[in-house]
Design a protein around this ligand. Structure first.
Ligand SMILES: CC(C)(COP(=O)(O)OP(=O)(O)OC[C@H]1O[C@@H](n2cnc3c(N)ncnc32)[C@H](O)[C@@H]1OP(=O)(O)O)[C@@H](O)C(=O)NCCC(=O)NCCS
Length: 190
């Protein structure tokens, strides 16, 4: 695996900014805590009720700062994060995870706008060819958002996650550079 040694650039969207994390994000991260619905979308159990504390928020910041391609989503302050993972320069592919951590901001088009902005960067400046992800099959909002960004379903891992004592499938999705560019005005890559 190759990872870029340069930190990811700031990316400006309409009404939001993707930027590197900073120390003052700890307070905002702490305030957002661990919303049960959002936590479940990441595979968390409802039985896990330990409150999200200062040490969790500080660990989150350290991990995010150390990550080679992580942005915080800033909409008048920290509200979520986006990570490009497993960047492979030879095969020009990566995977990603996104989390809007404020439940009041879900389902308002923000996640789709953020994902499209990072895909433009990944297929443009980073010259990647393919981006993939995995998502829990019950996370229909995320799947709808990813489809709007050009992703299609490539597979299904059956009973890949045990949540609250029940097995759930994971959906594997992917988008290629020419599929994304057909959604946008971006010049097509090879
Ligand atoms: C996944 C996520 C980034 C999507 O961003 P978002 O801003 O909430 O989604 P958007 O509003 O851009 O798009 C969601 C689409 O799903 C639809 N939708 C919303 N709720 C839905 C639901 N419960 N079931 C099915 N579709 C739903 C919306 O109508 C919208 O489509 P439309 O614009 O064509 O109407 C965001 O919901 C999130 O961070 N969720 C919590 C964490 C998470 O699930 N992360 C992903 C883990 S793989």
């Amino acid at each position: 695996m190759n990872v870029s040694s340069t930190p990811p650039p700031e990316l400006k969207g309409q009404g939001f900014l993707l930027r590197r994390p900073r120390d003052s994000d700890v307070d905002a991260r702490l305030a957002l805590g661990r919303d049960p619905e959002i936590y479940r979308m990441f595979g968390g159990d409802a039985s896990f009720t330990r409150p999200y504390g200062q040490a969790d928020a500080e660990a989150w910041l350290r991990h995010t700062i150390e990550h080679p391609a992580a942005w915080v989503i800033d909409r008048g302050g920290f509200i979520g994060e986006f990570r490009l993972d497993n960047i492979n320069r030879h095969d020009r592919r990566a995977s990603f995870t996104i989390g809007i951590l404020d439940p009041n901001l879900l389902g308002k088009g923000l996640g789709t706008a953020v994902t499209k902005l990072v895909l433009s960067h990944a297929f443009g400046e980073l010259a990647l060819h393919r981006i993939s992800l995995r998502v829990l099959a019950f996370n229909e909002r995320a799947i709808a958002s990813y489809r709007k960004c050009g992703f299609s379903v490539e597979g299904r891992e059956r009973e890949a996650a045990l949540i609250d004592g029940e097995w759930h499938d994971d959906i594997m999705m992917g988008v290629l550079t020419h599929e994304f560019s057909s959604l946008t005005d971006m010049p097509q890559g090879k």
